[in-house]
Design a protein. Structure first.
Ligand SMILES: Cc1cc2nc3c(=O)[nH]c(=O)nc-3n(C[C@H](O)[C@H](O)[C@H](O)COP(=O)(O)OP(=O)(O)OC[C@H]3O[C@@H](n4cnc5c(N)ncnc54)[C@H](O)[C@@H]3O)c2cc1C
Length: 488
């Protein structure tokens, strides 16, 4: 799939005109209304260079009240809004269409950490706070915010909520949905809903916050969130293990889980091909093991108390895994730096694929026990369809979530390879569906998978989703054309 314009999907909205721009300037200041082509261009493209749209206007309100005023005016004047956070989304949800009718609403100026309440283990933060900034603020307060992903230096809390982001901490702490206590949201008509509660228990009816989490900006604009914090891990042990195949990896996972319980905080799977790419393209990367292995597992154990010995625990896990012949070789990190270096190999695996040419991508999940069986079926299917291709299936094995990516054969024509994207997706997704899995484990639907949704969702579920959309956004002005396919 090569870069393509996002097709127009909001025929009922108006094109923003000079009078609208003047009004927005009065609401939030002219300097926060970008109209020059070179200023708006970066907001119209995304990292993977798959989708590009255009907009006459990027609005950057600085407070929730300003977001509310902007949304009310947009609603009254039938102007379509595309919320944008850090613009690291991988399914095109944050990019406007090609009509030039859609206004981008950037949350980048809403970056206040309103409160960190260490006693309640709660942080109240605005939508534009960068994930890494929150992680650091939590640490400074002696606490831990566990969401962790490769884009954490630029993705924002509002984007993490709107995509229900996952990442490497899900195994122990859950995804973004599990980390939320309350939300502040501006509805499509401009009303500001203050649902910023910090309660652990609150059974007072429908839990509306969950509708906005994972909604990809289709129901409203999240302006702030009340988030859970956790005790800071005081011990961390990371091991890098070479294994023969994903079946051995699954056995290792279960062994580690049985030993460590909730202290097992990371279990990632990587193929040798991915390691080859990382070693070739990630500056400073070094193979922790002396010899190459077909597959690798990164295993992390942490403890939030000094009373338990996490080193003894991980040593026991690997002693038994060697005894049972699950692992061919393993290295235990001897320092914090080495632990970070091991993680860097895993985190670098997404980015380095770009240097190897075209890559056809999937973000799938199956039940954890089915990961090896899925690979046994999907890898031969892809190799048969794409002779010479270089599969790089890697990711969060402990969550049953793999980024099942296929790099082009060496020397192949990139465009011709990427032209096979839909065909290969279809083959892989058919296997996923057959195994009771999901075609989007953590990246969302956006534009990339919008038209696949009717094929995988129960029609009743799709009907209910459309009814919710109509209820919240009767004019269809919120991120039009994303997530939900047009009604037939
Ligand atoms: C290198 C790399 C690694 C990644 N790793 C992971 C990973 O491990 N796990 C994972 O889940 N994702 C991962 N991602 C994907 C991406 O980082 C996440 O989806 C992230 O949560 C998006 O946040 P963002 O602020 O960039 O949102 P954007 O890309 O700006 O927006 C994403 C969606 O949310 C909507 N949106 C944004 N802000 C708001 C708001 N305040 N209110 C309403 N709607 C809003 C947008 O309209 C869009 O539909 C990765 C991306 C990269 C580039």
């Amino acid at each position: 799939m090569t870069s393509k314009p996002v097709s127009s999907a909001s025929p009922s909205s108006n094109q923003p005109k000079a009078e609208h721009i003047d009004h927005f300037s009065r609401l939030i200041g002219a300097g926060n209304c970008l109209t020059a082509a070179q200023d708006v261009a970066p907001y119209c493209e995304e990292l993977r260079d798959k989708f590009h749209g255009c907009t006459p206007l990027v609005l950057k309100p600085g407070t929730s009240a300003e977001v509310s005023a902007v949304m009310k005016y947009a609603y009254d004047n039938n102007l379509a809004i595309v919320p944008q956070g850090g613009n690291t989304g991988l399914v095109g949800g944050q990019v406007p269409d090609a009509s030039g009718d859609q206004i981008i609403l950037s949350l980048e100026r809403l970056k206040t950490i309103r409160e960190i309440d260490a006693d309640s283990n709660v942080a109240i933060v605005e939508a534009g706070v960068i994930l890494e900034v929150l992680q650091q603020a939590a640490e400074d307060a002696g606490r831990f915010f566990p969401l962790s992903l490769g884009a954490q230096g630029s993705c924002q809390i509002g984007g993490n909520l709107s995509t229900n982001a996952g990442g490497t901490g899900v195994l122990a702490y859950g995804n973004m949905r599990d980390l939320v206590l309350g939300l502040e949201v501006v509805l499509p008509d401009g009303r500001l809903w203050n649902g910023l509660r910090s309660l652990r228990k609150d059974n007072t009816g429908y839990d509306l916050k969950h509708l906005f989490i994972g909604a990809e900006g289709s129901l409203g604009v999240i302006t702030a969130a009340s988030l859970k914090l956790f005790p800071k891990p005081l011990q961390q042990e990371v091991a890098f293990a070479g294994v023969a195949d994903p079946h051995q990896a699954l056995k290792l996972f279960n062994l580690a889980r049985n030993h460590a319980g909730s202290m097992l905080t990371g279990f990632e799977l990587m193929p040798r091909m991915g390691m080859d790419f990382v070693l070739a393209h990630l500056p400073g990367a070094r193979d922790p093991l002396a010899d190459p292995h077909p597959w690798y597992c990164l295993v992390e154990v942490t403890a939030t108390t000094k009373a338990l010995d996490s080193r003894a625990l991980i040593e026991a896990i690997f002693a038994q895994s060697f005894e049972e012949g699950l692992v061919d070789d393993a290295a235990l990190a001897e320092s914090q730096q080495q632990a970070s270096d091991f993680w860097a190999l895993r985190h670098g695996m997404s980015e380095v694929q770009r240097a190897e040419g075209g890559s056809i991508k999937h973000d799938i999940s199956v039940p954890v026990s089915q990961v090896p069986a899925f690979l046994d079926r999907a890898l031969p299917a892809c190799k048969e369809a794409l002779p010479g291709c270089r599969p790089v299936p890697f990711g969060h094995m402990g969550d049953g979530n793999l980024h099942f990516n296929i790099s082009q054969p060496v020397g192949a024509d990139k465009d011709a390879f990427l032209a096979r994207w839909e065909e290969i997706n279809e083959k892989v997704h058919a296997i996923v569906s057959d195994m009771g899995g999901s075609i989007s484990a953590e990246h969302g639907i956006g534009l990339l998978k919008r038209d696949l949704l009717p094929g995988v969702k129960d029609p009743i579920e799709l009907d209910l989703m459309r009814a919710i959309k109509r209820q919240f956004d009767p004019k269809g002005l919120m991120n039009p054309g994303k997530l939900l396919p047009n009604e037939q």
